[in-house]
Ligand binder design. Structure first.
Ligand SMILES: N[C@@H](CCC(=O)N[C@@H](CS)C(=O)NCC(=O)O)C(=O)O
Length: 186
């Protein structure tokens, strides 16, 4: 989602090769040292790690609809949101979402409370701005959005999501962006 949204936002056309997560192709095994998706091939260049690919995509044409803010401070904020998302929010969300079907019981203890704490962080930020960083949509929104969307789509809907109205409004508004609608189709 991160990479597809970034590519659509930048108006860059691309081809997709779907992979079977349980049986990765030999091509992917040869190209990705950790054997994961996503992976981007651009000419001879091989890139992986979704947030790194998304930043690369923005850097290909930084003047056109920039996804990274201009100042050093705001750039660092984007990278900190991404770091927090990868290191904390996603792992805790996975434990909440999958529970003991994927993780040891003791590792899942408190997962719901941790997810709520993460949502509070987003909610607080959205009290003062429609976006996670600065005054515009950025890579921070792109990188965090897919995981909040996952959470909002859990069935039955977790009751506690009602306590984060700004976060839910942010997800709903991002879901209507053409880049996101297109990313969900291709
Ligand atoms: N931090 C990586 C995570 C990549 C990742 O874990 N991808 C999953 C699919 S969303 C995967 O390929 N899982 C297969 C596996 O780990 O065997 C990124 O953001 O690109």
């Amino acid at each position: 989602m991160r990479v597809r949204i970034a590519l659509h936002e930048k108006g860059i056309s691309f081809d997709i090769r779907e992979e079977d997560l349980k049986n990765f192709s030999q091509d992917l095994r040869n190209l990705h040292p950790e054997v994961k998706v996503p992976l981007l091939l651009h000419g001879d260049r091989v890139l992986y790690e979704s947030a790194i690919i998304a930043e690369y995509v923005d850097d290909l044409n930084p003047q056109f609809h920039p996804l990274m803010p201009k100042t050093a401070g705001e750039k660092s904020e984007v990278r900190l949101w991404t770091y927090w998302c990868n290191q904390q929010f996603k792992p805790d969300l996975d434990k909440f979402k999958y529970g003991i079907s994927r993780f040891k019981e003791e590792d899942c203890v408190g997962a719901e409370d941790k997810v709520k704490k993460h949502l509070e962080k987003i909610e607080k930020k959205l009290e003062t701005s429609p976006w996670l960083v600065g005054s515009d949509f950025s890579l921070a929104d792109i990188n965090v959005f897919p995981f909040v969307r996952q959470l909002s789509r859990i069935q039955p809907t977790p009751d506690f999501l009602k306590s984060y109205p700004r976060t839910m409004a942010w997800v709903n508004s991002l879901s209507k962006r053409p880049s996101v609608i297109n990313a969900l189709q291709k």
